[in-house]
Design a protein around this ligand. Structure first.
Ligand code: ITT
Length: 196
């Protein structure tokens, strides 16, 4: 069976597709569908925004949908960038713009710059809703290292490691990340829902 993943982010899509490999569920991204819909995420929480994305795509296709709303929460910045992670440095900003803004804002604070990634993974199909959270704790460093991954990966070192997520291999990130945690649990719930 097929489930649409309501994301325009290819990094997210690749990670979630890999998590559903070897299951009867095939993940179809908006990119695969040739749909570049721009959904306004006006919610104030990860959960609200994830369901806003899922419902918007459900209204178009009337088929089961997955969505992820995620972001970085930095202790010394009172949880920012949080739900504003994607456009922290402004409309049409790059991932690098966001990383440089975070580094700049952290200059006045002592190390370590404790932070966590949060993923809210949701399933939406008419009256059926499932929501699962995943977190990855670590710290922000004051320069960008590595080329893999996306977003804030070059400035984030997970607890217990001494390299940034951008220095991780794809499979390695997909074992420990906030998104791996949320979607692995959601996957089990969906397998139970459909085939249990
Ligand atoms: P969709 O809404 O289309 O799914 P998006 O990139 O806009 O794509 P979000 O609104 O959920 O997604 O914003 C998440 C942002 O948080 C993302 O753009 C990154 O800047 C950051 N982020 C989330 N997960 C991340 C990860 O695994 N590694 C690095 N940065 C991440």
């Amino acid at each position: 069976m097929k489930i649409i993943f309501a994301t325009q982010n290819k990094g997210k899509a690749n990670e979630v597709k890999a998590i559903f490999t070897n299951t009867p569920i095939e993940i179809i991204s908006l990119y695969d569908l040739g749909n570049n819909i721009d959904i306004e995420e006006h919610g104030s929480t990860f959960s609200e925004n994830a369901f806003i994305k899922a419902k918007a795509v459900y209204e178009i296709y009337k088929e089961p949908v997955l969505a992820d709303d995620s972001g970085l929460s930095i202790d010394q910045l009172n949880g920012r960038p949080g739900v504003y992670s994607a456009r922290y440095a402004g409309e049409n900003c790059t991932y690098e713009d966001n990383n440089l803004k975070v580094i700049d804002e952290l200059k006045e604070f002592p190390e370590p710059h404790k932070a966590k990634f949060i993923s809210c993974a949701v399933f939406y199909y008419d009256k059926n809703k499932i929501e699962v959270f995943g977190e990855l704790h670590g710290r922000i460093i004051m320069d960008q290292r590595g080329t893999n991954g996306f977003g804030y990966d070059p400035i984030f070192i997970p607890d217990g490691y001494d390299k940034t997520i951008s220095e991780f291999e794809f499979e390695e990130k997909n074992k420990i990340s906030h998104r791996a945690k949320s979607f692995n649990v959601l996957k089990e719930k969906l397998l139970d829902f459909y085939f249990g």
